[in-house]
Write a protein that binds this ligand. Structure first.
Ligand code: SF4
Ligand code: SF4
Ligand code: SF4
Length: 342
């Protein structure tokens, strides 16, 4: 593998260091614009933003523990609109997963898109975030998140349910991946490059890069594994609870989608539906194949949960359906050579 893992000294300022990394990459890659998952202006609201100059990164804050949209949802439209521009995207792991889901279904090409990801320390439910930010100030919430990066983040049961069961909170799918989990990030963080050639995009910088030690790589991996294991246990409990409530077949579960209201807010916010929204057939039902494609590519970001007016735990339900689908259908589909799961 051509991967390269580097250590970046943070000198007590991890946020400032991440901004400097991004500025360096921006300048060397000669980007025209960079999509970031939250603005960092210190306001209570936070949303994905397209930046047009590296100076705008001065207020970028990836550790703000709130998520209002999955930024990958904006990429198909951006790539069409800004076709001649050199684009980059900074994405959380679940946003990278959504991007990969879109790519898997041939709905988007990441060729020419520069991707940067960072370990995610989790996000609060919106109302909870607003309340906490109003009490303490948004910057304090960021400081709290950073403070507990070494332990894998703060008390997880306060987070959105999607974050409590997140199976890949660590970066790793992008070209540049910023690692913070399990690390003393006031001293250093890890920067993983998917290919050696990407080194030229961070060269000539004053970042003080050096080869990462095996100890730092191991500390990061072990804490990530611990977080995933903890989240897996929570997920198993939820799945078991759902199995008691929904003792139905996959087909019956998919049919239950058809009985849902007309608001479609879940689809409007879902990054996967940005260009591939399941549509009802004439009988009012969603075709099994379309729902399966959606469920299979689900990034687990939980944005659908956040907007559903009926407070349906949709991402957990999708995870449950996917699991049931694998149990029920995979042997039958693989023996029939169906492309449904691919
Ligand atoms: S689902 Fe995972 S990657 Fe997404 S915000 Fe939550 S913890 Fe972060
Ligand atoms: S279905 Fe929900 S959890 Fe899955 S990608 Fe779409 S918005 Fe995210
Ligand atoms: S947002 Fe909720 S109520 Fe609306 S269509 Fe989706 S699941 Fe149904």
């Amino acid at each position: 593998m051509d991967e390269r893992v580097l250590t970046v000294e943070t000198h007590g300022d991890p946020l400032g260091t991440i901004r400097r990394i991004l500025k360096t990459i921006w300048k060397n890659a000669q980007l025209d614009a960079l999509l970031v998952p939250t603005n960092g202006s210190g306001e209570i609201k936070a949303k994905p933003l397209l930046l047009h100059s590296p100076e705008e990164l001065d207020s970028f804050n990836p550790f703000r523990p709130v998520m209002t949209s999955n930024a990958a949802r904006f990429l198909p439209e951006l790539q069409t609109r800004e076709v001649s521009k050199a684009l980059g995207a900074v994405l959380r792991p679940c946003e990278m997963r959504a991007l990969k889901g879109l790519e898997k279904n041939s709905r988007l090409s990441t060729a020419g898109l520069l991707t940067i990801s960072f370990d995610c320390l989790g996000t609060y439910p919106l109302e909870d975030y607003h309340w906490r930010a109003a009490q303490k100030g948004p910057d304090q919430l960021t400081l709290e998140a950073i403070q507990f990066a070494r332990q894998g983040g703060i008390v997880p049961y306060r987070f959105r349910s999607a974050c409590q069961v997140c199976q890949s909170p660590a970066s790793g799918e992008a070209q540049f991946n910023i690692g913070v989990i399990g690390l003393p990030i006031r001293q250093y963080l890890l920067l993983t490059l998917s290919h050696k050639e990407l080194e030229k995009l961070i060269s000539g910088s004053d970042l003080g890069l050096r080869e990462a030690t095996q100890d730092s790589i191991t500390a990061h991996r072990m804490m990530v594994a611990k977080v995933i294991e903890r989240n897996h246990r929570v997920n198993e409990r939820i799945r078991q609870g759902m199995a008691d409530i929904f003792p139905m077949s996959v087909e019956q579960l998919v049919d239950s989608f058809s009985q849902c209201g007309e608001c479609q807010k879940c689809m409007s916010i879902c990054p996967l539906c940005a260009i591939d929204k399941p549509t009802r057939s004439e009988d009012g039902k969603y075709p099994l194949e379309e729902v399966v494609r959606w469920v299979e590519s689900c990034a687990g970001c939980g944005m659908c949960d956040q907007v559903c007016p009926l407070h349906r735990p949709l991402s957990a339900f999708f995870s449950f359906v996917r699991n049931r689908l694998h149990q029920e259908l995979t042997p039958a589909l693989s023996s029939s050579g169906s492309a449904l799961l691919h």
